[in-house]
Design a protein around this ligand. Structure first.
Ligand code: CDP
Length: 221
């Protein structure tokens, strides 16, 4: 029997990353931030100035990536900050439309499924990558709240940000993610939709961990 998966999907800045990594820690599960894989390909695509499907597929298959407790290494280069920047995020949602690239990343993503279990966050974890996930959560929040959260996140990191430009980018990214032909952002029919607009991070984590416990997922708290 393969290891259990908890899929957490949702739009930009819905808090998926923070929440999914905390849920993984609480359960003692592995964690996959699938967006980081798209962002890594985006970074390489920006560096090479290419959007050619064949080349994106090669980059995705060949990149030498290590996720190390929140840090991301590309070969021996630390790229954590670069990968999180807004230009890379915008490029990521462009490369994410390319069908061959999505296909190439499937195998890499599924390799994260190992005992005792996996918490995976992204856009298509419950619909495409792990359709047999034990628990699927679709995490969302209003566009205004998401733009504010992203703004605070960047300012805290000392990165200059403009709320109006961020709101516009988020809207554009939502639209591209929802309308693309391959793996568009939609809640899986068997997902639990969770609107976090009025909830704290702790409250969201508690709710999801509670759903896991009901399903007997994860080790002792
Ligand atoms: O931080 P944010 O939520 O905006 O993005 P992310 O989760 O880091 O993902 C960056 C981009 O990769 C998204 O805008 C999506 O277009 C794409 N993506 C995807 O298509 N499928 C996934 N499973 C994860 C990310």
């Amino acid at each position: 029997m393969s290891a259990p998966v908890i899929a957490i999907d949702g739009p930009s800045a819905s808090g998926k990353g923070t929440i999914a990594s905390r849920v993984a820690k609480r359960l003692g599960f592995h964690y996959l931030e699938s967006g980081a894989l798209y962002r890594l390909v985006a970074l390489l695509s920006l560096r090479e100035g290419t959007m050619q499907e064949n080349r994106l597929v090669e980059l995705a298959e060949e990149m030498d990536v290590l996720f190390d407790d929140g840090d991301i290494l590309l070969g021996d280069e630390a790229v954590t900050e670069k990968v999180r920047s807004e230009p890379v995020g915008n490029r990521a949602s462009e490369v994410a439309k390319v069908p061959g690239l999505r296909q190439a990343l499937l195998r890499r993503q599924r390799a994260f499924r190992r005992p005792p279990g996996l918490v995976a966050d992204g856009r298509d974890m419950g619909t495409v990558v792990f359709p047999d996930a034990e628990l699927k959560v679709f995490l969302t929040a209003s566009p205004e709240i998401r733009a504010e959260r992203r703004y605070k996140q960047l300012i805290e990191k000392g990165i200059d940000a403009n709320l109006r430009a961020l709101s516009r980018d988020l809207r554009d990214r939502d639209e591209r993610d929802a309308k693309r032909a391959v793996a568009p952002l939609v809640p899986a029919p068997d997902s639990q939709v969770l609107d976090s607009s009025a909830l704290s991070i702790d409250e969201v984590v508690e709710r999801i961990v509670g759903w896991c416990r009901e399903r007997k997922l994860g080790g002792p708290a």
